[in-house]
Design a binder for this molecule. Structure first.
Ligand code: MRU
Length: 366
C-alpha cells in the first residue's frame, strides 16, 4: 500500500478554485437541506430546498442528490433536519419517529453503502445518548452530520492527491459515470483531474456518457468543462475505440460498495470498461472513501443491485417513446467489477493493491 503526506489546506484551496463546493448544505435555520438538483443539470443550476421526509426520500430515489458519498452526507443532514422538527417530543416518541424516518430514507436506494453507513452513525448517536434531554441529542445529531460531511471533504482531498500521484502530464484517462464534486464533496474518481487542472497539468479526460441516465454527459462533462479540464464526451460504446487508438493511459472509476475481496459495485457499464481495459493492457483504478468499503460483504455476489424503472430506457428520450410499450427492459443501475480486473483501489488511506482480501483488511487494522 502506498500513501503520500500532503498539506490538506493547500489541496483544499486548489480544489476550491476549480470545483463546485455547495452541492449539499443545511439551511441556516436547520429546517431544510439545500441541494443542487442534479436532475436539472446541465441546463439549469437550481438549488432545491428539502424540508420533509417524503421529499428527502424522493430526492435520493429520483437522483436529485446522487453519488455514493453525497447520498451519505445528505442522509446525515436530512435525518438531523427531521429530528430537529421533533425536538419537543419525549424520548420514546422522538425515537419512534427517528427510526421511522431512518428506515424510510434507508429504503430509497440499496446499492451504495454510504447511505446505511451514515444513517447507522446517526442512530448510534441517539442510542449512546438516551439519558440526555432530546434537545441535547438533536444538537449532537447536528454535530455528527457535520462531522460526516467534514470527514468526506478530508477523504476526498486525500483521494485526489493519491489519485493524481498515478498520473503524469499529458495522460489520457477514461472515466465512467460521475464521481466528481457533485457526487461527493470534492470528488473521488474525477477529483484528481480537477486537482491536476489547479496545478497546471494537462490531463485529457474521456467521459463515458453513461446510459441510461447520462451522469457522464450531464454531470461529469459539465463539472470538468466548467473547470477548464480538457474533457471529451463519448458514448459508452466508444470506449473500446479510444483505448485502441492509444489515447487512454488509465481508467478512473468511482464505487458505490466495495466488498471485502475487492469486488466493486459502480454505475452500470463500469465492469465493461474494466474488461475492455484488460484487453488493451490499461490499468483500472477504483477511487472511493473507506466509508464505501463494506467489510461485512464478502464479495460482489452479496451486493444488492438496484433495478430501476424501464421507462428510463424506453421513454425518457426526445419526448417520444424509444421502444414499443410492450417491449421488456432490464435496467440494473449498477454492476460489479470483479476484483481481478482492478489494478488498485484508491482510498484516503492510500492505494490498495492486490491481494485485495488481505490488503483491505490491513487498511482497517493500521
Ligand atoms: O446512480 P448514481 O448516479 O448514484 O450512481 C453513481 C455512481 O455509480 C458513482 O460512480 C459512484 O456513486 C461513485 S460517486 C463518488
Amino acid at each position: 500500500m502506498s500513501n503520500i503526506q500532503v498539506s490538506l489546506s493547500k489541496t483544499k484551496a486548489e480544489m476550491e478554485s476549480v470545483a463546485i463546493t455547495d452541492n449539499i448544505r443545511l439551511a441556516e435555520d436547520d429546517q431544510s437541506v439545500i441541494i443542487i438538483d442534479q436532475v436539472r443539470l446541465p441546463n439549469e443550476l437550481v438549488y432545491k430546498s428539502i424540508d420533509n421526509l417524503e421529499d428527502a426520500y424522493q430526492a435520493i430515489k429520483k437522483l436529485e442528490v446522487r453519488g455514493a458519498p453525497a447520498i451519505g452526507i445528505f442522509a446525515g443532514y436530512a435525518i438531523y433536519m427531521l429530528s430537529k422538527k421533533d425536538e419537543e417530543k419525549d424520548f420514546a416518541s422522538f425515537y419512534e419517529s427517528f427510526i421511522r424516518n431512518k428506515d424510510y430514507l434507508n429504503a430509497s436506494r440499496p446499492t451504495a453503502v454510504n447511505l446505511s453507513w451514515a444513517l447507522k452513525r446517526m442512530d448510534k448517536i441517539v442510542n449512546d445518548n438516551q439519558d440526555k434531554p432530546v434537545k441535547e441529542i438533536v444538537k449532537l445529531l447536528k454535530q455528527e452530520a457535520i462531522a460526516i460531511h467534514n470527514e468526506d471533504i478530508e477523504m476526498c482531498l486525500k483521494i485526489c492527491e493519491n489519485g493524481l500521484s498515478l498520473l503524469k502530464d499529458g495522460d489520457g484517462v477514461l472515466t465512467h459515470c460521475n464521481a466528481g464534486p457533485l457526487a461527493t464533496s470534492f470528488g473521488t474518481a474525477q477529483g484528481p483531474f480537477l486537482l491536476a487542472k489547479a496545478r497546471g497539468m494537462n490531463i485529457h479526460v474521456y467521459a463515458d456518457e453513461t446510459r441510461p441516465l447520462l451522469q457522464g454527459a450531464r454531470l461529469t462533462s459539465y463539472e470538468l468543462q466548467k473547470a477548464g479540464v480538457d474533457v471529451t464526451l463519448i458514448c459508452d460504446n466508444m470506449a473500446s475505440i479510444v483505448m485502441k487508438n492509444g489515447w487512454i493511459n488509465a481508467c478512473f472509476v468511482g464505487c458505490d460498495r466495495i466488498a471485502a475481496n475487492g469486488d466493486t459495485a459502480n454505475k452500470i457499464g463500469t465492469s465493461g470498461v474494466a474488461i475492455l481495459a484488460k484487453h488493451y493492457g490499461i490499468p483500472v483504478y477504483s477511487l472511493g472513501p473507506s466509508s464505501t468499503i463494506d467489510m461485512n460483504c464478502p464479495d460482489g455476489d452479496h451486493i444488492h443491485i438496484e433495478l430501476r424503472d424501464p421507462d428510463e430506457i424506453k421513454n425518457m428520450w426526445y419526448a417520444k417513446p424509444m421502444a414499443l410499450p410492450e417491449v421488456k427492459c432490464y435496467n440494473p443501475s449498477f454492476d460489479v467489477t470483479d476484483h481481478e480486473l482492478l489494478t488498485g483501489i484508491v482510498t484516503e488511506k492510500g492505494i490498495v493493491y492486490p491481494p485485495f482480501d488481505v490488503n483491505l483488511k490491513k487498511l482497517f487494522n493500521e
